[in-house]
Design a binder for this molecule. Structure first.
Ligand SMILES: [Cu+2]
Length: 456
């Protein structure tokens, strides 16, 4: 039997993208069971799971998530396990007693497991999958079997509100960066809309938005273009806007727009970069924390070189109040802020649950902005090296004379960057903020290159 390889979350994640075929046995991130081998194939492995099943635990594995992630059964005992794999790659459910059920892509598999009174944790033991979020737990209690609970999908249950099983499912934000707008003068309508938005599975914020989404729309223009943003306040309180891509006196254009009011903010895109815009109405912290932010991309002189794929990610931190309420201002204003969720494009773990396909060996360009309001970003794509980083006007270029590269780009709130990389082989390339305390709170997504499997 091969020895256990105990790996940190990070090492496992890196292995997911970089391991050689020689390192393919399960990589536990929980305490390993007493000598049981997670590599056991589809049949149930636990000799203890012998009695007739008293119920069925149904788990769906998608690519890099389990649903539900938290399962509650009424009593301890033997249960049938049904694993449905709706993903494109193999997954397994490996319980902490060693019981393993493995399902090929698109297939179902079953087994049995003995759930003790104190429950069992489970994970997918394929290297990297647990690190990317394929973990969960069966606990024994009084809730209905299979019910969703706070903390499902690997998210911690730190929110003030409990997860609402009846909350609307979140709407995945298309991360594709928009094309640069044609022409030299742009008129952009941007209504200010206050609305309920699901920001993580089971959690709804009464957000204040530009254009009805968090973040607001990505605006991409050429250097020197004129931008006229027509704002109509459809909300219930005053709002305003501050474009960091502009140069204007605060008391000229960053004016209060009362409910029902309109204002046109006009600027010329004098400098290239990735810029923040946000509401500046006092307390600006509350307005930003409640969703009023977005990205402007100003192309450099001559435009960007062609890329095979371009994505735009805005990182933000959520401080939840109650369900369908604005965020908790006191939590957001703490000197030691502890966000409930940290996201890419407003929704916790949305690109872990819905991975983004990128071309193997293609050039991938990411526009990344840290909107905060409080938490820094250390944007990293596991298994890649950035050969190009343009952060706040400072450039690392591909093909530079010294052979320099970069592993992560550090962004404080209101800083932006452009990074470029090329996946070397088919496989999984998770992207995170490398402040790993926030990865479990939603600051993770996955790029899938090619068919996602480096070994075929
Ligand atoms: Cu506002």
């Amino acid at each position: 039997m091969k020895p256990w390889i105990r790996l940190s979350l990070l090492a496992a994640a890196i292995l997911a993208a970089a391991c050689t075929p020689a390192v393919r046995q399960p990589a536990w991130t929980y305490g390993p069971p007493g000598g049981a081998a997670g590599s056991t194939p589809a049949a149930p492995a636990s000799a203890a799971a012998a009695g007739a099943p008293i119920g069925t635990i149904k788990i769906t594995a998608a690519d890099l998530s389990f649903s539900p992630g938290m399962v509650t059964v009424a009593e301890a005992g033997t249960y049938a396990v049904e694993l449905a794999n709706t993903g494109a790659i193999e997954h397994n459910i490996t319980f902490s007693d060693g019981t393993t059920v493995t399902a090929a892509p698109g297939e179902k598999a079953s087994g049995t497991v003995l759930i003790p009174a104190d429950g069992l944790t489970f994970l997918c033991s394929i290297p990297g999958h647990a690190a990317a979020g394929m973990t969960g737990m069966v606990s024994v209690g009084t809730m209905a079997m299979g019910s969703e609970a706070p903390g499902s999908s690997g998210q911690p249950s730190t929110a003030s509100a409990s997860a609402d099983p009846n909350a609307a499912p979140y709407e995945v934000r298309d991360a594709t960066a928009p094309k640069v707008m044609a022409g030299k003068v742009h008129d952009i309508d941007m209504p200010i809309i206050e609305k309920d938005i699901t920001v993580a599975t089971g959690f709804v914020v009464h957000a204040w938005t530009f254009g009805g989404t968090v973040p607001g729309p990505v605006i991409r223009v050429h250097l020197g273009d004129t931008v006229r943003v027509h704002l109509t306040n459809q909300g219930t309180m005053s709002h305003s806007i501050d474009f960091h891509a502009s140069q204007t006196a605060m008391n000229d254009q960053m004016v209060e727009i009362p409910p029902g009011g309109t204002f046109t903010y006009t600027f010329t895109a004098d400098y290239a970069g990735v810029w923040m815009y946000h509401c500046g109405t006092a307390p600006a912290l509350h307005h930003i924390a409640n969703g009023m932010f977005g990205m402007v991309i100003v192309e450099p002189k001559g435009g960007f070189e062609a890329a095979d794929a371009e994505y735009a990610f805005v990182q933000n931190d959520w401080y939840l109040g109650g369900q369908k309420e604005p965020v908790d201002y006191a939590k957001a204003a703490s000197a030691a802020p502890a966000p409930d969720f940290v996201t890419f494009n407003g929704i916790a773990s949305q690109y872990k649950d819905n991975p983004i396909t990128v071309p193997t060996r293609g050039r991938v360009r990411v526009f990344i902005l840290d909107a905060g309001p409080n938490i820094d970003s250390s944007f990293h794509v596991v298994g890649t090296i950035f050969d190009t980083v343009i952060k706040e006007g400072i450039a690392l270029r591909s093909g530079n004379a010294g052979g320099w590269g970069a592993q992560a780009v550090d962004l404080s709130p209101a800083q932006g960057a452009i990074v470029e990389f090329s996946p070397r082989e088919d496989g999984m390339y998770p992207f995170v903020t490398h402040a790993f305390n926030f990865v479990g709170r939603g600051a993770i997504g996955v790029f899938v290159a090619g068919d996602g499997d480096p070994h075929n």
